[in-house]
Design a protein around this ligand. Structure first.
Ligand code: ATP
Ligand code: MG
Length: 754
């Protein structure tokens, strides 16, 4: 390793990079070079004679892994170090040792939607009444159990209704997976954990093989991930982890902060390095981040400084409507790009949930700003893509019942539900896979001749396809398309959507072509399918593309952008409504915002809208309580002045969370808002107001929590609670006038939406 590579590091960074044997914990805030330490440390280990195959570097997203690989390629070109996500790492180990877990090496990995459809089938066949729980809730309970390493036969449901359903369904679901030679995402981790736990020799040999394990974003590991790296670091305890407890955002997936907080007690001989200099952000941005995270109770305080120039003040902007928010941001980006100040790829827009992206997409398109939405999973979730891949999955693993059921009648082959039910029954009684059962169609009780012939034709098609299994992937998919007449279903129509489907199929073929080119010798259908199943959120992201990035806050982890916009900072969105009653989840939401803020290098805008159309309704919003926690004096706080405002005399006492300052230092081009006034009408219309109706009757259900209402006598107020149904629907309103809180039966009250 050349000296100048070490020179580009601070003293503590260098200390971590030069560490060779023994456990290492790098605990540091955002932008302090943790990821940089990992890549440099790998390069250093290689320079010390450690063989590349003895190193494994684990992360959480493919994007982070790719980034690490390209950084390492610059430091140590051509070295064959294993770098990837935990899930990929486990998928690979499980292929090698599948039989230890009762699987075959060609097992299928079910994505979330495939697992859910298998689960639904299991629920139907288990004869349980799902009155108290949805299949999704059962799925999440099973996922929770797996992330806590509770196996199906050890699951005890307890007294509540959902628990006892899960107790009955989980073992059956697991058996169905096993029967189909398949695993779900959580299984990848759980199988490998159990593999290591139950086979000491194997564990010891893997411990020896991967002598140096490095984990980035260690704060987000859950119990199985922790157990895996821990089990492989006993004889060779060279486990090096980097993390920031303040950036732990996967509690809902079972991530356990204890893993990082207790690392020091797990490995008493650990070398601990703290990095305190931030290289990413301006002091203004860091101070906002710092003030926010200081509100979390469950944390160790860290100090972080930067030598970067102060930069611009962080801006907090309140827009009138969600549309205005999106348009103003798009217009600002468009103007700055047009002036040559920045490039589109310098900007990122983060939101809490995917559903919020639509308005921003529209605004970007209107302004002609190139953008990309980062959510790689979507493409592979499209029906035509899943269908086509299901053929390949079934070829790879003929026991994959979910794939079989998905395509046996796609395109239509007159194989209906009744037929499938009989095949399934036959499979269950004979202990066969669906495909094997279909082979015996002639022997299935009560199956008509036509159905038996249709099944036999399908089996013959399958056998024909299977002869190609070792061809390049593009050829395999092409062969499936031609033999199965798959495209026929979309070609025959003028439907625009079918046109899009055909384009998507072409897109999939190009991905296969790319795969074949990248893997001229070692490519297999199985590996291609695994790559496609394990795509995750940030996979579409390509920093080289000159586009504005739109992504969720979760996907933004580990990344950095010169200008960051965090939008829709409103109660119920950020923090998410499900964190309302739960202080721990509220802290996690705060960390999520902290992660978002600390992605910004030079400029940061935080915004909200007073009205937002969401889930088909227009609601008056409540500002996110997190906004109240920020150091306003150091920030530029702005309320957009529009036609909306005069109708809506808010003052500080009314919205103590978001005092409106007199400052109106807007430097952004004002979006044209000809419709602002009509918007109010539209809002009122939506809520039931009719023109000329002096005392409009408002549907009780039109009143929602947080809505601002008006009362002839008491004036403006805000609904702070709602109870009862129908004619008894009651709202508690807090009035701004000093009238205090009052309750109203909505069916009879003169309350109106403001
Ligand atoms: P996060 O917690 O957000 O993942 P991190 O601690 O992993 O952040 P890095 O992404 O490694 O931080 O580094 C942040 C930025 O600072 C990167 O652009 C990196 O190249 C730069 N950087 C880190 N250390 C130095 C250094 N010593 N000299 C110059 N630039 C540095
Ligand atoms: Mg990092």
């Amino acid at each position: 390793m050349t000296a100048d590579l070490l020179q580009s590091l601070t003293d503590p960074q260098r200390e971590a990079v030069l560490h060779v044997d023994g456990p290492l914990l790098v605990l540091a805030g955002p932008g302090s070079g943790k990821t940089r330490v990992i890549t440099h440390r790998i390069a250093h280990l290689l320079s010390q004679g450690v063989r590349p195959t003895q190193i494994a570097a684990l992360t959480f997203t493919n994007k982070a892994a790719d980034e690490m690989r390209s950084r390492l390629d610059r430091l140590a070109p051509g070295e064959n170090v294993w770098i990837g996500t935990f899930h990929r790492f486990c998928a690979r180990l499980l292929r090698q040792y599948a039989e230890y877990r009762g699987l075959q090496p060609n097992y299928t990995i079910y994505d979330t939607s495939d697992s859910l459809s298998l689960l639904k089938r299991t629920i139907r066949e288990t004869d349980v009444q799902l009155t108290h729980a949805t299949p999704e809730q059962v799925a999440s309970a099973i996922s929770w159990a797996k992330n806590h390493l509770i196996e199906a036969d050890r699951y005890v449901g307890g007294v509540n209704a959902t628990g006892s359903i899960v107790e009955r369904v989980y073992p059956k679901y697991q058996a169905a997976l096993q029967q189909a030679n398949a695993v779900d995402f959580d299984d990848l981790l759980m199988h490998v954990t159990l593999l290591l736990k139950e086979n000491e020799e194997l564990r010891a040999s893997l411990d020896e093989r991967f002598r140096y394990i490095l984990v980035d974003e260690y704060q987000d590991t859950n119990l199985p991930q922790y157990a895996i790296v821990r089990a492989m670091s006993i004889q060779y305890p060279n486990l090096g982890v980097t993390g920031d407890p303040d950036q732990s955002i996967y509690g809902w997936r079972g991530a356990n902060l204890k893993n990082i907080l207790e690392f020091e007690s797990d490995f008493p001989a650990v070398k601990v390095v703290r990095l305190e200099q931030n290289y990413r952000s301006t002091p203004n941005i860091l101070s906002v981040a710092d003030a926010l995270i200081a509100n979390n109770k469950q944390r160790k305080k860290k100090s972080l400084f930067t030598d970067n120039p102060a930069g611009k003040a962080v801006r907090m902007i309140q827009y009138s409507t969600h549309k205005e928010e999106a348009q103003a941001i798009a217009a600002r980006i468009s103007a700055q790009v047009a002036q040559g100040k920045r490039r589109p790829r310098d900007y990122a827009i983060f939101y809490r949930i995917n559903a919020l992206s639509r308005t921003f997409e529209d605004a970007m398109r209107q302004q002609g700003v190139p953008y990309m939405i980062v959510s790689g999973v979507e493409f592979y979730h499209r029906k035509e893509i899943k269908d086509l891949l299901a053929y390949a999955l079934l070829m790879n693993n003929p026991r994959d019942d979910v794939a079989f059921e998905r395509i046996v009648n796609v395109p239509k082959r007159a194989i209906g539900k009744a037929t499938l039910l009989k095949v399934r029954l036959h499979a269950a009684t004979e202990g066969l896979s669906m495909l094997e059962a279909a082979r015996e169609a002639g022997m299935i009780d009560g199956l008509g001749n036509r159905a038996a012939v249709a099944l036999a034709k399908f089996v013959a098609l399958f056998d024909r396809l299977s002869t190609k299994i070792n061809d390049p992937v593009e050829e395999i998919l092409g062969f499936v398309l031609s033999e199965s007449e798959f495209k026929r279903q979309y070609e025959a129509t003028d439907d625009v959507e079918d046109q899009t489907r055909l384009e998507n199929i072409e897109e999939l073929l190009s991905s296969a072509r790319e795969y074949d080119t990248e893997h001229p010798h070692d490519g297999t259908l199985e590996h291609y399918l695994e790559e496609k199943t394990l795509v995750n959120e940030t996979d579409d992201f390509d920093a080289e593309m000159d586009r504005v990035t739109l992504m969720t806050l979760h996907a933004a982890k580990g990344l950095e952008f010169p200008v960051v916009h965090i939008v829709a900072l409103e109660q119920g969105l950020l923090p998410h409504e499900r964190s309302r009653e739960n202080p721990e989840q509220l802290e996690e939401e705060r960390r999520l915002l902290f992660v978002g803020i600390t992605r910004a290098e030079e400029e940061l805008d935080l915004s909200m809208a007073r009205y937002r159309d969401f889930r088909g309704k227009r609601n008056m919003t409540i500002p996110s309580p997190f906004l109240m926690e920020l150091p306003r004096d150091e920030m530029e706080v702005t309320e957009e002045q529009t036609a909306f405002a005069p109708d809506f005399p808010l003052d500080e006492s009314f919205f103590p969370e978001f005092p409106i300052s007199g400052q109106r230092s807007l430097d952004l081009p004002r979006p044209a808002l000809p419709s602002a006034v009509t918007n109010i009408r539209t809002a009122a219309d939506l809520l039931g107001e009719r023109e000329g109706d002096a005392q409009p009757r408002v549907e009780p259900n039109a009143f929602v929590q947080g809505m601002v209402v008006t009362h002839d006598e008491y004036g403006l107020g805000k609904i702070i609670a709602l109870s009862g149904e129908g004619a008894k629907r009651t709202a508690t309103v807090r009035f701004a006038s000093g009238a205090g809180e009052k309750k109203f039966r909505l069916a009879y009250s003169p309350l109106r939406p403001a």
